[in-house]
Design a protein around this ligand. Sequence first.
Ligand code: TRP
Length: 448
Amino acid sequence: MWSSRTLFILAAVGSAVGLGNIWRFPYITGENGGGAFVVVYLLCIAAVGIPVMMAEVLLGRQGRQSPINTMRSLAQQSEAWRGWSLIGWMGALGGFLILSYYSVVAGWALYYIYLLASGTFVGTEAAAAGAAFDAFLANPGLLVGFHTLFMVITVFIVGAGVVAGLERAIRWFMPLLFVLLGVLLVYGATSGGFAAGFNFMFSWNWEKLTADGVLEALGHAFFTLSVGMGAIMAYGSYMPNKASIPSAVVMIGVLDTLVAIAAGLAIFAIVFANGLEPGQGPGLLFVTVPIAFGNMGLGVLFGTLFFILVTFAAITSAISIIEPAMAFAVEEFKARRWHVALVLGLVCWILGLGTVFSFNAWADVHVVGEMTFFDFFDFVTQKVMLPLGGLLIAVFAAWVLPKAVVKAQLRLPGGRPVEVLWEVLIKVAAPVGVLAVFVYTLYHFFFQ
Ligand code: TRP
């Protein structure tokens, strides 16, 4: 068990804040035209993500086992269908798929520590920063190398079981990350792109929102909170009983959202100050941020530190992505942490090669439709598995688990009105919301 409520919060923040906030949120916001997309995203966090996260944590704390066995025993206790353990299995599988490409992108951040530290970007212009990233993507050897390095670090930390020590460091790293995002924001404000970036993120432009964009916002809300595949359920199983789930979850959700918004504002300020394309895709972070650090005082120092922090945030997230599978293997087969970590890491590493090559050698290899390996892994996890997992978790907590159990676990503050709000969100908003978005997107996919 976590030594305290604080350690649970640190671990959950470490899990939530990661590449999803700093790398993914800005680039998908850019691809979806900003504005309305951001509104839908915020709505999904508040009305679906946070309630489902509360449900997931409470299931974990009630079950106190790995997600697979937690779901199995909770279904048994509730005299429900044992197949509910499917939520756990899907989560463990999703972990492999997510970590495979997560590790590749975290490898990009690792490489950028080196690039920034070696002064590559001092005085750089937008075109040169873009060319540096393109050259990197075109080099499968380098990509594999840094993907491998990140996976080795993750396997080592998980295998050695030094996770808790790492989570404690979040206390120092998270404020530092905010400081550096602040540095980027100040740079953005002085370079003249801040107002345009702000307008891009918060303008009222509903005509730009597509059905696919809505599903993307929903899927990303789950992704950024680490919800929908048992990761937070696994962490919840370590949470002390006296800690309050609602206040912890709201705090995590707010902090996670603040990091994403700050990263978006900083990046779009640089985008518009340099006439870059907001919808250019996954390279956005790596093309914009080096321009800023390359052209400010102490930029080498700040820039190096920034990518160290991004990598750190990615490590604490990666640990949680693999935790459901890890916890199950250790619990079920009494296997050694080292062995499990090595096997899981190897599988993710191999799967990750598909993502590596989708940016170069296999750029024209399409798995389904127009999707490369990376697009496909991203699609299946983000747009199918996480929303589906979240939907099932909501339904289980709202309709299957005995009401008394939920009540005792949640201990909602605020009396009747808050209780009603919870019921409406978990019974209606979350399941109906996810279903509606699924149906709507499928309809558009097939009939438009
Ligand atoms: N939330 C993390 C991020 O934003 C990624 C992550 C960690 C995750 N654990 C997860 C995503 C579990 C889905 C499920 O970078």
